[in-house]
Design a protein around this ligand. Structure first.
Ligand code: FMN
Length: 325
């Protein structure tokens, strides 16, 4: 079993140290470990060119991105691992953009529902199946690293890291919100923090090879600090009623307030349709298929096509129309 650690922070600084601490523990638990720091890598953002979808549609065994940069190094390392631990710095309240670039190129291109449906078609047609690594269940753990001493300044750190789970149908077994690094100085000075990071490595290594529903433990930060029972983050979407939604997992709960205590109850049905579950990815898959059914005829209708062409020309001439040189 192989555990991959990725740091999106500076070389030999806080993210590196914390993810390596987790990897030491994973190694201790019997895992082969690999560490990658991305600071010197070029990982451009997804150009929405659909090249990856075309690889799938034309029968390729491997799905690739057309952009030629260092993304492929991370993609290959990820596909070879059985568990992943990611540490990334918080920049401007959210996770550093390079991580989101990696996620945007990796996750939708390897969407499990798309992969399953593609293989069903190929099986029926007797065509070569997709790389089996795309169907591997993997465990994840996340470390969000922030300098500020209030959680307010790292509010979107962990939630954004958890977005890495859903298209890949990955199960997260723990996370650490390593904020207040400005006061801590170096994470090695906070032994309790380092122990929480190590517990992530032990948890990922211990989970590998077991079915998802057997793994119910949570490592790193205490569970009682969280709201959502799936991602264990503290964010909620509120719509003015007592029905509240976890924006990361897309599941609904019932909010109750008693005295000054707030509690959210989540039904087993909602938990089972979280974005990173087979039900969740298929909900999104069907949503996309239904949109295609509406959108394609709309765009190909000759009247609409002519109107869109005429209108689009006006937008293409924007600078000329507003008098910009
Ligand atoms: C451009 C920039 C923006 C940052 N914004 C935040 C922030 O909003 N909240 C926070 O807690 N820390 C912020 N930081 C501090 C980093 O998260 C912190 O230095 C962290 O330790 C960097 O990870 P590293 O040491 O592994 O490189 C910011 C740092 C930079 C360079």
């Amino acid at each position: 079993m192989k555990v991959l650690g990725i740091s999106f922070g500076r070389k030999n600084q806080r993210c590196d140290i914390m993810v390596k601490e987790a990897l030491f523990a994973a190694h201790e638990a019997g895992a082969e470990v690999q560490f990658i720091n991305t600071m010197g890598m070029r990982i451009d953002h997804c150009h929405a060119c659909d090249y990856c979808s075309r690889c799938r549609e034309k029968g390729d065994v491997e799905i690739h991105c057309v952009l030629k940069d260092d993304y492929h190094i991370l993609e290959e390392a990820y596909l070879d691992c059985d568990g992943v631990i990611i540490a990334a710095p918080v920049y401007a309240v959210g996770i550093v953009g390079q991580f989101k670039n990696f996620l945007d190129r990796m996750c939708p291109a390897h969407d499990r529902a798309e992969m399953i449906e593609t293989n069903k078609k190929r099986e029926a047609e007797g065509k070569p199946l997709l790389d089996p690594r795309y169907f591997k269940d993997r465990y994840s753990a996340y470390i969000s690293v922030g300098g500020a001493n209030t959680r307010n300044w790292v509010a979107l750190g962990l939630p954004m890291l958890h977005l890495f789970d859903f298209s890949l149908v990955q199960k997260c077994v723990g996370h650490v919100d390593a904020y207040d690094q400005g006061n801590t100085g170096s994470p090695v000075l906070d032994r309790e923090l380092m122990a929480r990071c190590a517990s992530l490595g032990t948890a990922v290594a211990g989970a590998i090879g077991r079915p998802y529903d057997e793994v119910t433990t949570w490592a790193g930060d205490p569970e009682d600090d969280s709201v959502c029972p799936v991602c264990h983050c503290r964010l909620l979407n509120i719509n003015g009623t007592t029905d509240v939604e976890c924006p990361i997992c897309g599941i609904w709960g019932k909010l109750e307030v008693e005295d000054d205590k707030v509690h959210v109850t989540w039904s087993p049905e909602e938990i089972s349709r979280a974005r990173n579950t087979p039900i969740g990815i298929y909900e999104h898959y069907h949503e996309i298929q239904n949109m295609i059914k509406i959108c394609v005829p709309k765009l190909t209708d000759p009247k609409n096509a002519e109107f869109i062409k005429k209108e689009t020309e006006r937008y293409a001439r924007f600078d000329e129309i507003v008098g910009n040189k």
